[in-house]
Design a protein around this ligand. Sequence first.
Ligand code: GLU
Ligand code: ZN
Length: 255
Amino acid sequence: MASNSQIKTRFAPSPTGFMHIGNLRTALYSYLLAKSQGGKFILRIEDTDQERLVEGAQDVIIKTLEMTGIDYDEGPGVGGENGPYIQSERKGIYLEYAKKLIESGHAYYCFCTAERLKSLHDENGLGGYDRHCRDLSKEEIEKNLAEGKPYVIRQKMPLEGTTSYVDEVYGKVDMDNSELQDQILIKADGFPTYNFCHVIDDYLMGVTHVVRGNEYLTSTPKYCLLYDAFGWERPHYVHLPLLMGKDADGNVSKL
Ligand code: GLU
Ligand code: ZN
């Protein structure tokens, strides 16, 4: 963690497709916010969704930043004291932190099979996890682990109360905790979800201001709960509207 009060921002794209102009604008705002305050700017590659990786996408990200002069102080190829900056190279770190949450009662092992989870969905594929494994006994958990049963690790959401934060752009955001699903932090393949690893990295990399698209505005309470569970100071959040445009066929989508 940065020990001084210098601000630090990051751009954290996923190499799951090619950059939208909106991604680039997010990178630019994040960069400008840091630079206008004499702060630092990081590039982090979020490649833990291994199924959706697109070959060459990471190169395009790096080349685009280079072409547009958005230089980063830390990141792949540049290095820095908080690396590596590619999430797939940090797998062990996330598991270690997930286990800390299990120990402190903020996360738990879920051994449900894919079939069981599927059976919880209605015909529209809707319906969430029923918290079946939330209160397994210690003996049951140890037996399952010893048998080598596959598992995921889930966040144990509070069942009551409200989680709030103040976004620098949108103002106060309130979420009823009863609306929150016990989301997956570590998947069965051992890779973390975005929902977990970006929080761990933002903390470990000393990010003070999280600048990103507003599609994360309403999931941020879940991330705030992770900061709280670890006893870490939450960062400032700066959500930006997406840039939308009309496709050739008249549909509106990300520009
Ligand atoms: N990898 C995420 C994305 O590309 C990053 C979101 C964030 O900046 O936290 O949407
Ligand atoms: Zn389960």
